[in-house]
Write a protein of this length. Sequence first.
Length: 267
Amino acid sequence: MSGTHPGRVPTVVKLGGSCLDDLADTWWDDLARHGRERPLVLVHGWSRPLRELDPRYRDPSAVLRDRYGNQSRWTTPEVIADIKTVSARMSEDILGRLERRGIAAERVLGSDGLVAAGEGERWWWRDKQLVELENLVGPITGVDPTGLKNLQPGHAHLVTPLARNDGGQEVNTDADRAAAALAAATGAGDLVLVTDVAHLLVDGEPVAAISARAAAGFRDRGATGGMRKKLRAAGEALDGGVDRVVIGSAPVTELLAGRTGTVITRS
């Protein structure tokens, strides 16, 4: 990022689907202030809205576990359609909040040429047996940032983290790892993972700062569920050239200032 004007270096913010409804007006005021100084790339999750759309998404069978222990939502074409339904509603709300605060904003579907995905895992545990299932989920293999045409202060892109695989299928991807890939591809200085927990907890204690190596060690030793994915995403972002990753539930400028949350850096 050397030689890049600081005002042109974007901040990437992943908005957890489980916490969006809990973000106060003052949180959005703070994001808009930051957005007047730096380009914003926002990536949203959809976990809570999808569960609220249909009871079947609250059933444990809606989540699969592969042979390596990784969890993923069982995604069919119908699930993709429901993701688009809830994402459209969420996007309208988020874009409206930003535009009322003077930030021009636009929505981008990751599957419209922005995010590419590889072949997904085909073997999943069902009823204590490994069975072959078609699951429209794929690992991110690339990001084409030319789809984000207006990276400048006062403007935000809101990315729905769907992707397109080599066969042209629209697939589901992990939102945290999509945010990490976007941060690396756009030369972002910071990736902020906004969630419903205030800090990373290691052995029950909040951690204010941690190295990428120590975070990866904890990820493989004791992290579970969503935090494990966030730590994997953090490592991928830092490997891709991002300066730091911050995890927390506070306003973005508070997290970036290190006054709360957990900061992860390469060293």
